[in-house]
Design a protein around this ligand. Sequence first.
Ligand code: PLP
Length: 365
Amino acid sequence: MPKIYNFGAGPAKLPEEVYEIIRNELTDYEGTGISLLETSHRSQTYMKLNTEVQEVVRRLLNVPANYKVLFLPAGGQGEFAAVPLNLMSRTGTADYVVTGAWSEKAAKEAKKYGKVNLVVPPTNRYTGVPDQSTWNLDPNASYVHICTNETIHGVEFNFIPDTKGVPLVADMSSNFMSRKVDVSKFGVIYGGAQKNIGTSGVALVIVREDLLNQAMPICPSILDWTQTAKNDSILNTPPMFAIYIMGRVLQWIERKGGLDAMAEAAEKKSSLIYNIIEGSNGFYYAPVAKNSRSRMNIPFRIGSSGGNETLEKEFLKGAEAMGLIQLKGHRSVGGIRASTYNAVTLEEVQKLAQYMKDFYAKHKD
Ligand code: PLP
């Protein structure tokens, strides 16, 4: 089997150093003689880990003291429901900026609990973040929801919108911890962990304290941020293993130089691929506007803007033969998608870049 280069969109590659640690700790967690998988969530051992992971989140993002750091079950989509259930009771209405498939899903979920105002006109071709001057924000909204990185469409925000005092809620599932973020500009930041910060099953939620205590009476306790905060994220048996992996990944990010180092690497890796696309005379085609191109997920077509499926199949087949895997675009958009998350190294992206150059040279005429 060739060396594997994993460009999957999620669950995605974890840092190799983290695997070393997990391997060593798997059957004897911190000298307890047993695995964390067999440890009570009420034990001192788990309580210590619970605190450690919150602390590394706080250090990396410089989280202000008036924000809670919470671990919730049910991943990113669990929070699609939790957001309206926790926040919509104030006015019964919320603003959703839909820039791709995931924010579209979040808006659909929120509609179950109140009125949803679509801030930008609906479309089925997501190719950028519409200029904020065109947004139709409702001053009466309980919150404004954005997805800072659309994993399927490769659309990333390069700015923090001004929501005129209405709390800003951001799904950062696929670009969490890839650059510095001014947390104080947000009411809530959340994300599933399985892309940049760990494995599936847990959502990391950072919520400003004044937004607690307003959950709808129908909000299940397990999705209620206030109850979760009161119980220090140990309301029920938490997804302990996923929280543990998240902690080890975040500590790895810290050792690597923190979010500035991640941002620098993300810029380098993604520009390598975008530059090849741009230099290919239309052979490779990236549908997203340059100012909204994701540094994490790079979707592109081959042969024409609509994609030549025969060439795309050949590209994927040749890539797999070289160990370059999970490059197939999401089934809803087709084509190719290369994900360049924190754990994917520059050398790995260079390998893909070389393959793209060779493929172009072979097929350009
Ligand atoms: N939000 C974004 C941006 C995502 O990419 C995903 C998953 O891919 C989700 C939400 C849903 O996360 P989960 O599968 O953990 O529910």
